[in-house]
Design a protein around this ligand. Sequence first.
Ligand code: NAD
Ligand code: UFG
Length: 340
Amino acid sequence: MQKILITGGTGFIGSHTVVQLESIGYECVILDSLANSRPAVVDRITKITGKTPVLVEGDVRDRACLDAVFAAHDIDSVIHFAGLKAVAESIREPLRYYDCNVSGTITLLSAMAKANVKTIVFSSSATVYGEPDFSPIPESAPFRPASPYGKSKAMVESILTDLTVSDPAWRVALLRYFNPVGAHPSGMMGEDPAGIPNNLMPFVCQVASGRHKTLNIFGNDYPTADGTAERDYIHVMDLAEGHLAALHYLVRSDAPRLTIANLGTSRGHSVLDVVTTFARVNNTPIPYQFVARRPGDVPAYWADATRAEQTLGWKATRSLEDMCRDSWNWQTQNPTGYIG
Ligand code: NAD
Ligand code: UFG
């Protein structure tokens, strides 16, 4: 059975992907610095799957640590989730972002090359498109990343692309995620942001639980149907399945060296759609007020995800209702996240 190294595997998307991989028989080795996650995630993975992944606490910038992982485990492929992801923080601390996201990836790729492991799935982001000319956004849309975070993703995409040109043995998938939300349907795993959440769904959950009185909706004067901004929210379980599909595809004998795919649902939902759907399916009021637009926010965008369906045979199947229900289930079962 294939053994996969999952960097950032105790994080939000990584942990759900580990569960899906283990449930179909893959063996997982997680490398995570625990900079933004907790070791308790491994216990939850074990409870759900009955299998315990190996957890190596380490940094992707630590070459000696990586060499030791590849020496100790017969790794077939890598899924590279590890990285920093807060857009505003990246504007304040660009060097930290380039160091972790770009240098960290170069160190990982060098260690992979030395260990002759040349199959990698990389977590890219729709943020590489910046403000697009139109939606749905195809993979061919121009790159306009507006933050060091977005630029770090674009840089890593270039590096991986160059690698596939340099050596025909590499098999690379660049997956551009839209807005991941939701949680494992058991309620045992979900998103556990540190401090006050920046993102919509975790904040909505905390309003529903009474931790915050009101949701601030950033802008109701956008050129959208209800005036609030539109995004392509995708259930984290669909996203996890997208990684399985990419891994299966990359090991096919006819797989190209480089595969690029948007992972989204191909439809946009407004902030008000999320709020009203959450309130309806969970029977919980979400008090909200309109405030000024958040600087840097794009009015509306969603994916053209047809390529993922045509090449990887993957399509998101879960609805906004599922996303809202599963997020709230996780929140109510774990009001303080993985601690407590
Ligand atoms: P997350 O913060 O929950 O997970 C990232 C994990 O990487 C964490 O467990 C963290 O401890 C670990 N990590 C950070 N720096 C590390 C380092 N130098 N060495 C080893 N481990 C390190 O984030 P997530 O939402 O699960 O995102 C996973 C990936 O997907 C990231 O690369 C992110 O940029 C990308 N992505 C996320 C979103 C989103 O909205 N969540 C959207 C598009 C792309
Ligand atoms: N929003 C609110 N109130 C809040 C939080 C968010 O109204 O308290 C709105 C935002 O203004 C935006 C929408 O909800 O219109 C979604 O905001 P998120 O912060 O949840 O997500 P973003 O689309 O801003 O960004 C996300 C990730 C980024 C990634 C980007 C890529 O957080 O890391 O998607 O598409 F780069």
